[in-house]
Design a protein around this ligand. Structure first.
Ligand code: AP5
Ligand code: MG
Ligand code: ZN
Length: 214
């Protein structure tokens, strides 16, 4: 199963990804996570990506496309994958389709998770992420059992550098102008499912299971 998670920042892509991976056993590929790992390790890629991410802007297409398609050639992607946060521009979507077609593959489903802007702001400014395993929590909506500690692995929870009010504003604008056009792109292909991301976590996942099947 070749899947894409689409949706504005804070829609719950990463949160649903954990559940999708568990049930359907596909590798989770988040371009944002790849960049954050590179920033943490101080690699040249991380240095290039950081200036864009800190401003809430998109990393240039050429860079992202190379990283995502490289990742997709790894062995664990041969029976399926879950892309989270890629593609994010029409140019990225076209490059992905071209890459998949060359490998005799296609995108099976695009899961479009939508949430209203005010709710996105509340979610992102209250988000806490595990430094070790990447699990996402929310101080009010989805609190960990013990403050600051990951339920899954005991790792330390931190706040992402781009989860400030100003940067979130910009990320939402960037989503509306550059990523939202992808909804039409996939609408024309006919492989997109729309999900109400404002519902509780388990309800959103139940809707995803309805689309993908047991
Ligand atoms: P990326 O890491 O992809 O961030 P994003 O798209 O902004 O999305 P988020 O990770 O912020 O949100 P999410 O939808 O995963 O929400 P989550 O599940 O955590 O990208 C970061 C940056 O990297 C970009 O700005 C860009 O610079 C660069 N980049 C990455 N990919 C790129 C690309 N392809 N091209 C160019 N640049 C790229 O949930 C959010 C919060 O809500 C959490 O606190 C969670 O607990 C809570 N929550 C989740 N679901 C629910 C629910 N149902 N009810 C209540 N609360 C919920
Ligand atoms: Mg995410
Ligand atoms: Zn953890």
């Amino acid at each position: 199963m070749n899947l894409i998670l689409l949706g504005p920042p804070g829609a719950g892509k990463g949160t649903q990804a954990v559940k999708i991976v568990e049930k359907y056993d596909v590798p989770h590929i988040s371009t944002g996570d790849i960049f954050r790992k590179n920033i943490k390790e101080g690699t040249p890629l991380g240095k290039k990506a950081q200036e864009y991410m800190d401003r809430g802007e998109l990393v240039p297409d050429s860079l992202v496309i190379e990283i995502a398609t490289d990742r997709l050639t790894e062995d664990d992607c041969k029976d399926g994958f879950l892309l989270d946060g890629f593609p994010r521009t029409v140019e990225q979507a076209e490059a992905l389709d071209k890459f998949l077609a060359e490998n005799g593959k296609k995108v099976d489903w695009v899961l479009d998770i939508d949430v209203a802007k005010e709710e996105l702001m509340t979610r992102l400014t209250g988000r806490r992420v595990c430094r070790n395993c990447g699990a996402s929590y929310h101080v009010v909506n989805i609190p960990p059992k013990q403050e600051g500690v990951c339920d899954e692995c005991g790792g330390e929870l931190y706040q992402r550098a781009d989860d400030t009010v100003e940067t979130v504003e910009n990320r939402i604008e960037v989503y509306n102008s550059q990523t939202k056009p992808l909804i039409n792109y996939y609408e024309e292909i006919g492989n997109i499912a729309h999900l109400d991301g404002a519902a509780p976590l388990d309800e959103v996942f139940a809707e995803i299971v309805k689309v993908l099947g047991e």
